[in-house]
Design a protein around this ligand. Structure first.
Ligand SMILES: [Zn+2]
Ligand SMILES: [Zn+2]
Length: 318
């Protein structure tokens, strides 16, 4: 299984702004020495030695994750936030999706804007002959997508996109199999409901769980979620807030960083990928949050899971 992140912001797209870019440049220029400036290689080597937040950005697009099966490179997509636009552009440019005849399987966690608003800009959906399968436990998912593209909100209706679209309603009881990947879903505590997805292929497991509030759950209660979340090789989890914010944003439907670490430890995840970054957080603040998470893991006397801050373009191979 190959996994690639195309959008990691929560709530609203939040691209880097001019002040933030300028601040990165100022801080880099304060550090650079004449020796670093000699050649392009020495400049690159200087940049490579800097922390992630100094030279890169987690990105501003909202949630979208691409998954490829090992067998046939089948394309599965989790959520259609604004990140799906660049995924679509890449499919058109590099993989022949402009010619039609391609199949795409899109799984939706829930239909808050930040998880569906990229779909009207997903170019492969406009190509005749492409087929898009939508999956979620929401029986009215098609209506929800149609509503997003009423003329009040968007110039093209859903049925105006020339691809074939098929909507499949999932049950939380069973699972579906797409070209060797088995997928099951699990309800999360979030206003309006949201669902996590667990994917298994060749004994490797990836869990995608965003928009989930676990604020009031005690650590020992986490065990009841075990059958679904246990032993993930990669757990992508909503960690929108710091612990402090999680208290005053109680009931907003998201989880604190420390709680996400507790859960990953309790469920024995190998890697925790923290996502759904708050739109008000810049790269520097997110780096500080990653440090908080690592500190919290240390206080829990654990070396695992590995903790990673989600950023656009990040890839995993399982
Ligand atoms: Zn969200
Ligand atoms: Zn939501």
């Amino acid at each position: 299984m190959k996994i690639k992140l195309w959008g990691v912001r929560g709530s609203l797209p939040a691209p880097i702004n001019n002040q933030q870019l300028r601040r990165k440049l100022e801080q880099l220029l304060m550090k650079i020495t004449p020796d670093d400036l000699g050649t392009i290689d020495s400049v690159r080597s200087f940049l490579d030695r800097q922390p992630f937040h100094a030279t890169q950005t987690v990105g501003g697009d909202t949630t979208c994750v691409e998954v490829r099966s090992q067998e046939h490179n089948s394309l599965l997509v989790f959520d259609a936030g604004t990140g799906i636009r660049r995924l679509g552009d890449s499919l058109i440019r590099n993989e022949g999706f402009a010619e039609g005849g391609k199949e795409i399987h899109i799984f939706i966690s829930h239909t808050h804007w930040d998880h569906i608003q990229g779909f009207p800009f997903f170019v492969p959906a406009y190509i005749p002959g492409n087929k898009i399968h939508f999956y979620s436990p929401f029986e009215d998912l098609q209506e929800r997508f149609e509503r997003q593209q009423l003329y009040d909100h968007f110039p093209q209706p859903l049925e105006g996109m020339a691809s074939v679209k098929e909507f499949h309603t999932l049950s939380t009881e069973g699972s579906v199999n797409i070209d060797g990947i088995t997928i099951s879903c699990f309800p999360l505590n979030h206003p309006g409901g949201s669902f996590a997805y667990r994917l298994t292929e060749n004994q490797k497991t990836f869990v995608f769980a965003t928009d989930a509030e676990f604020t009031m759950v005690q650590i020992d209660e986490l065990q009841e979620y075990n059958p679904f979340f246990r032993e993930a090789d990669i757990l992508i989890f909503d960690s929108q807030y710091t612990l402090e914010e999680a208290f005053y944003k109680f009931d907003w439907g998201h989880t604190s960083v420390s709680m996400a670490v507790n859960m990953a430890i309790s469920w024995n995840a190998k890697k925790l990928v923290m996502t759904h970054h708050d739109p008000s957080y810049d790269d520097e603040k997110l780096a500080a949050i990653l440090d908080l998470a690592l500190e919290h893991r240390k206080n829990m006397h654990k070396n695992e899971p590995e903790i990673i801050q989600a950023y656009e373009g990040l890839e995993f191979y399982l």
